[in-house]
Design a protein around this ligand. Structure first.
Ligand code: RM4
Ligand code: MN
Ligand code: MN
Length: 433
């Protein structure tokens, strides 16, 4: 294999050198501001350093819409090249040590070798994603009319077998969770028996559940509509909760921020699932109209903050059964360099997490007690308006990352080098529906 260009530590250190003194000044200033409200900035740096969010393997390829896809230069052409790109993201932002695979897009004959390839880059594998929303070449039966909920038991069996296969691959690469999102649903009233299809789905999921290793988790990912436009089998958080509860303690609900009705109060969904003890995972992205898969925090950063406000509230309170959910980014980068989008998105997610720790929770509880609506909002806004950039940058720097990941990435000419190394292809094995 020809040597592949990568970003090395020396280059990152030299890029950091120019920004170091400004960062120190900004950090000192913020430390003083936070001290006024008795917040220890070093504790926040430590929290930021521990936070991780997984990168979806498919996110490093250029996405598209059902109208067109406009490939960018130097796109990764296989899972190895995707991992090279994920390694760049990890080197620069540090908060993204895990990659989530999508099968069959990332199918490999030798999962153990893939695991080693990732480990050489400091990466590990997070949640596995199955795919029964598309037909694959040579597949015996079609998913055109559904998969795990299909009326034909043979189709269901095929979809179950695929999920079990994902668990096997996942075991070999060191993953410990499987996320199941299905496109099953109907485009016409009457097309699908609404109760019957959910029963069939659950029956199929029971089989998948029974194939889980003891230390694995199974995530149920709901989505309101698309590709089905009239009725969707696992359409909302209530259905997801019901299914996770029916399946058992290893089953959890996964919240993809783009999978709700427009204007849904997602922070409330999050709070409900926390309260019910079934919130297991997240797919971060942002949206304006539907499952737009835009960059996290790009449209509704306050919503992202409010979601983390619920998570951090549960964490700090020590809510019974609370475990940190599996955080992942799930986006389609149609007009940006995917590496840049993923780095910025990871930092926005981390920003919201750190900001949520700035909320004066005692004062908030007091305001709520006194029914002081405006006072309560002001407390949230005070946290949200605090620029925690120096905290994030300091955590990155201490871990060997870049103070300014995007500028450092651009200065490295990584993409230009990849454009030379990776002559373009008609289609890469990544895509988003
Ligand atoms: C779906 C869903 C899944 C993702 C696919 C690509 O809408 O968000 O999580 O794997 O898109
Ligand atoms: Mn998703
Ligand atoms: Mn989606």
């Amino acid at each position: 294999m020809a040597a592949r260009f990568g970003i090395d530590d020396e280059y990152i250190a030299s890029a950091n050198q120019k920004l170091r003194s400004t960062l120190e000044e900004d950090f000192e200033h913020l430390a003083r501001v936070l001290r006024r409200t008795h917040i220890d900035i070093e504790a926040l740096v430590a929290r930021a350093a521990r936070f991780t969010v997984a990168i979806p393997s498919w996110g490093v390829g250029t996405g598209g819409t059902r109208f067109a896809r406009f490939p960018g230069p130097g796109e990764p052409r296989d899972i190895h090249e995707k991992l090279d790109d994920c390694a760049v993201i990890f080197r620069l932002v540090r908060a993204t040590p895990a990659v989530s695979l999508h099968i069959p897009w990332d199918r490999t004959e030798n999962p153990a070798a893939l695991r080693a390839f990732a480990a050489e880059r400091g990466l590990r594998f997070d949640t596995m994603n199955s795919n029964t929303f598309q037909d694959q070449p040579g597949q015996a039966l079609s998913y055109k009319f559904g998969s795990l909920s299909h009326p034909d038991a043979a189709v269901r069996r095929q979809a179950i077998a695929h999920n079990v296969d994902c668990i096997q691959i996942g075991r070999a690469v060191g993953a410990t969770a499987l996320s199941v999102w299905i496109g099953d649903g109907g485009n016409f009233a009457g097309q699908m028996h609404i109760r019957g299809s959910l029963e069939r789905y659950l029956e199929s999921m029971r089989e998948i559940y029974s194939a889980l290793p003891a230390d694995w988790r199974l995530f149920v990912e709901h989505k309101e509509f698309e590709p089905a436009f009239y009725s969707t089998v696992v359409s909302d958080w209530g259905t997801s909760y019901y299914c996770a509860r029916e399946l058992g303690p290893q089953a959890w609900c996964l919240v993809d921020l783009g999978h709700h009705a427009p204007n849904a109060n997602i922070e409330m969904v999050v709070a409900r699932l926390l309260q019910l003890g079934k919130l297991g995972g997240f797919h971060f992205n942002d949206s304006k109209y539907g499952d737009d898969d835009l960059d996290a925090g790009s449209i509704k950063p306050f919503q992202l903050f409010l979601i983390f406000n619920e998570l951090v509230d549960a964490e700090l309170e020590g809510l019974e059964g609370f475990t940190t959910p599996a955080y992942m980014i799930d986006q389609s980068h149609n007009v940006t360099d995917p590496i840049e989008s993923l780095m910025v998105s990871a930092m926005e997610v981390l920003r919201a997490y750190v900001q949520a720790h700035l909320v004066d929770r005692e004062a908030l509880a007091d305001a709520q007690e006194r029914c002081d609506a405006l006072g309560a909002l002001a407390l949230l806004k005070a946290a949200y308006h605090t620029d925690v950039t120096p905290i994030l940058a300091t955590a990155r720097l201490a871990a060997g990352g870049a103070i300014d990941p995007v500028a450092t990435y651009r200065g490295s000419a990584y993409r230009q080098r990849k454009a030379e190394e990776r002559p373009s292809q008609d289609r890469v094995g990544a895509g988003i529906v």
